[in-house]
Design a protein around this ligand. Sequence first.
Ligand code: ATP
Length: 656
Amino acid sequence: MSVRVKDVSLRYNGRPVLENLSFELPPGSFTLLCGTNGSGKSTLLRILAGLERPDSGLVERTGDDAAAGAARTLSDPTGRYPGSGAGVGPALVFQQPENQLFAGTVARDVAYGLGQRGVPKRDQAALAAAALRRTGLSPEEYAERSPYLLSGGEKRRAAIAGALAVSPRLLLLDEPTAGLDPAGYAGLLRTVAELKAEGVGLVVSTHDLDRFLPLADQAVVLAGGRLLYAGPAAALAEDERGILEQAGLTPPAYLALGRRLVRQGRLTAVPRSEAELLEALAGLRPAPPGSGGPTLPGSGTPGGASAGNAAAGGQTRTPGQNAARSGADPIKPPAVFGSRFAEPKLLADAGPAGISAGGPASRASNGPAYSVGSSASASDPAAGRPAVPAENASPAGLPALARRAGRPVLGLDPRAKWAALLLWSLALLGARSWPPLLFMAVVILASGAAAGISRRTLRRYLRPAVPMLLLFWLISAVSWNGPGPAIGPLGFSPEGAVSGGLSALRLGLLLALGLLFTETTTGAPLREAMEWAIAPLRRIGIPVRNWSLVVQITLQFAPWMLAKLEDLQLALASRGRPRSGPRRWSPRQTAMLVTPLLIQILTLGDELSTAIESRGYDASRPRTPRLRLVWSPRDTRALLGSAAVALICLALSRLA
Ligand SMILES: Nc1ncnc2c1ncn2[C@@H]1O[C@H](COP(=O)(O)OP(=O)(O)OP(=O)(O)O)[C@@H](O)[C@H]1O
């Protein structure tokens, strides 16, 4: 499977996360995806997997089921299900493996994707066992265990097994080595090398350049959501202009040391892996006293063995020795790179090139031209795109945040927001007809837009509630003796349909109001405001501090839960979409999501209480406020405006 990414951009809440990315993944190539935290790697992987749609740009996947033939792979020893992932999308292993495990047993979990792809049950167990073995988990020991009770590293292996089981033609691994022990790490590297040899395309997002850069055919470097480099991995390793450093990354130790030795004239070429460096270092002779360090045989004679070296009887230990002997440039990438890629473009130099057509030499046998390009410009301080700042703890922090983010609503005093939440909730609960509800819908949507909440976020937040609201509406519209047309033993009730519709809309608006509140207020100010409001209750012995903590956690818990639900759903989708029936929220899928979600909620609750205890939380002791609340005239205006909205809503309710 080859993938062409062209001008892909994505924003979250109006903030650019990926900007104009263009590159290609040739079939069967191994691509290293690197960048600092938050540079957009996971987001890009989700887009490549087809689990997230970019706001603009194209991702074209060219499946190659036919090309896969009936190849036997270690995960599919039968050879009967070649590339079962092709045409359904690449397999993605998420950064957090616990988001990816659903079923009651490891074996069933690993086999889930096979079922989705129509592999008969009788073959599923053998394929799942082969995939488990491949990740170092013995099926005899693990197949019947609960995936939720595995250790972190075992969960990761099980998640990888689930992806391997379907013999994907393109496998996307998001930081796959996190949490693996040395044996697991070595096993993963072995598996990656085997998959590459089998012709499986791989994209690995990782911070471990030392291990993965030498294995990779090409590299994609992101900085602040922009493409800083896309091209042969070998060229990136040779790059002296500091692309990796520009991206905020540390070059692999073998490269840093190798470059230094080359500069000192002790190596003729930069080693291409840790093993090459070690091989070269093995030939080091202790330096003569006062010479400033060890030397390599033949040092200072780039190009090969020196007379001195020969006289010493030592072998030349330059990393490029084999290539040098065979007459090839020791640091030139292997020919295969040349056949797959056009000249690499260091994108800081590339200008707004976009995808460029490669010449015949850059064409793979069954795919389009492979070349890379970008619209990043040299003047772009690519790494310098400011992240949305964390909320400042100082009193000046909130207005400063608002000014920076350009959204005045973010800088309002949280007490004003609490009051607005209360007033608008009461107004919604009191609204019994369409006009006030529609009025509130307009106001809430407009406030959300003013606060910079994107439609995407709103959709993500409300989507899980939609089936419930629709069901609620449906149930309201039928009754045993409804006057309308009969639906089986039931009758349709127009009145029920209207009142159910009103209630569903009211509930949806309350949810949207909750989103508006939690998206515009972070935990600390929210808690300060809450504690301020209920402080007088302390005098009558109410544990005010506990209450505010509970409210803070609960309010932040709701978006967390929805985000988890979304993650789980994405992970389910990544394991293969059903061939028929609803793609989302089918009863089967919903049932599969409930258990892992509950387990994650319980785990988080447990971890939170441990964290609170371990930080010496004592409800009886007064707390030093994290920030001082400052009420400004703007807050008064906002409060009066909110009250006016609530009054209009109530007035419309009365009029209707
Ligand atoms: N659902 C979301 N809503 C809003 N912002 C998001 C969402 N998911 C990711 N982001 C933001 O998008 C940016 C890129 O996130 P992403 O997870 O892709 O980064 P990453 O390169 O994988 O980071 P890491 O190395 O830490 O895993 C980050 O700033 C992140 O905060």
